[in-house]
Write a protein that binds this ligand. Structure first.
Ligand SMILES: Cc1cc2nc3c(=O)[nH]c(=O)nc-3n(C[C@H](O)[C@H](O)[C@H](O)COP(=O)(O)OP(=O)(O)OC[C@H]3O[C@@H](n4cnc5c(N)ncnc54)[C@H](O)[C@@H]3O)c2cc1C
Length: 398
């Protein structure tokens, strides 16, 4: 076996498809009781998943090359044509805008439901020739010079040249390798839900950096629907979660009322929340082990890039494995060192930007409030810097 992937999320599944397509023999270890059979219907009448991702061009190209993009229910995918970001100044408020036309791309990103994405990945996995799906609980990881073996509770073991930790923020693989971690809670929860708006959203992803009330994003869904990600300070999040979805909609009208009109909850019972933290593992590799996705980095969702970073991990690992010298296997120390080097800039930059913005807008000091809004206005008028930021956000690699 060339690679044993531990995990069952979108990043693990995409990695399994990608490395199998590259000719590697892959086994994918998923927790007992999980399956890769389609779980949630995404027929046109199905409910809208409150968990959505803004996927960038790296994700689009990778998923297209694996024929997964074409397997998505595209009627449920919304392109993001523009972004409108607002600050929290009372007068001459900070404003920043991006659009697909100026960036010379078809869309800045695409909003895809978690269920839609996983259903397409599961369908592709069923037909992937080089992938063996194994259900079981891993108990230990034993690494020798030429192999890594994942021991299972059943007594079986999966030996491979490389173990890929795609097992999320609380990664078991990372813990087995004793890779240290810098962790910081943002003291915020992301409250998510979907709404129907009175007016068209015109494909605009809207975001408000409100200061005391956190960061509110309304992402376009097909039709006149939007998906909310409200990164709210814990006490406010608790309040929001205690209220019903109509009260949540009424609160939102304060920010988006003039543009989107009244909002109505799509599924009043469907309000979910996720605690937000920054996790910076001290390394993305260990002997015969590589980490990808949230196992390797967890960032604030304000830029909508956690999953995209994970797709970037897969693309770079694919490349260094493909370019390796013939005497090296896919878990060779040099190959892994090249992977770690390749990911450094992308990951550091995303950590720096998301963490910096989250902290900057969590402070309520008046001088900082003025400065950050002026900064937004200024940035909006600097075309070169703006183009560079857009290129990075799109996931453009040249
Ligand atoms: C509110 C919110 C909004 C977001 N919006 C965006 C966005 O717009 N765009 C974007 O790019 N990113 C976004 N993200 C980030 C994105 O959700 C994550 O980066 C992404 O889901 C990580 O995927 P993953 O597969 O690495 O991890 P996970 O989705 O956490 O999957 C890990 C998998 O590993 C499995 N697992 C765990 N332990 C084991 C084990 N021992 N053995 C086997 N399997 C195991 C778990 O069951 C799970 O299925 C957002 C995050 C939040 C919280």
């Amino acid at each position: 076996m060339d690679m044993c992937i531990v995990g069952n999320g979108a990043i693990a599944k995409t990695a399994a498809l990608a490395f199998a397509q590259a000719g590697l023999q892959v086994s994918m270890l998923t927790p007992p009781g999980t399956s890769v059979a389609p779980r949630v219907s995404t027929s046109p009448s199905a409910q809208w998943d409150a968990r959505v991702y803004a996927l960038n061009h790296t994700a689009f190209h990778l998923l297209s090359s694996l024929k997964v993009w074409g397997a998505l229910d595209l009627a449920r995918v919304a392109p993001v044509d523009a972004m409108a970001i607002k600050g929290d100044a009372d007068k001459h408020g900070g404003e920043l805008g991006f659009d697909a036309f100026s960036a010379n791309v078809e869309a800045l990103a695409w909003i895809v439901e978690d269920a839609n994405l996983n259903q397409a990945l599961d369908a592709a996995l069923k037909f992937a020739p080089n992938v063996t799906l194994v259900q079981g609980r891993a108990t230990s990881l034993v690494v020798s010079e030429s192999l890594a073996a994942v021991q299972l509770e059943s007594g079986e073991s999966i030996a491979a040249s490389l173990v890929l930790g795609a097992d999320g923020a609380q990664s078991w693989v990372r813990a087995q390798c004793e890779i240290g971690l810098d962790y910081r809670s943002y003291g915020q929860r992301a409250v998510v839900s979907n709404f129907e708006c009175e007016h068209q959203h015109h494909g605009v992803a809207r975001q408000w950096f409100t200061g005391a009330q956190g960061i509110i994003a309304l992402l376009p869904l097909p039709g006149k629907q939007v998906s909310l990600v409200w990164s709210a300070p814990e006490p406010l999040a608790t309040e929001l979660l205690r209220e019903n979805a109509s009260q949540l909609a009424a609160r939102l009208s304060h920010w988006c009322g003039t543009e989107l009109g009244a909002l109505h909850p799509l599924q009043p019972e469907l309000v979910r929340s996720f605690p937000l933290s920054l996790m910076k593992p001290h390394s993305m590799t260990a002997p015969r082990v590589a980490l990808v996705g949230d196992a390797a980095h967890v960032v604030h969702p304000l830029a909508g890039h956690g999953m995209n970073l994970g797709f970037g991990d897969i693309v770079d690992l694919l490349r260094v494995i493909d370019e390796r010298e013939s005497q090296r296997d896919c878990g060779d120390e040099r190959v892994l060192a090249r992977y770690a080097r390749a990911r450094k800039e992308d990951v550091l930059l995303m950590q720096f930007v998301t963490d910096g913005l989250a902290r900057l807008f969590a402070t309520n000091l008046e001088p900082l409030r003025i400065l950050r809004n002026l900064g937004m206005n200024l940035f909006d008028k600097l075309p070169v810097l703006k183009q560079r930021l857009i290129a990075h956000a799109l996931g453009k690699r040249n």
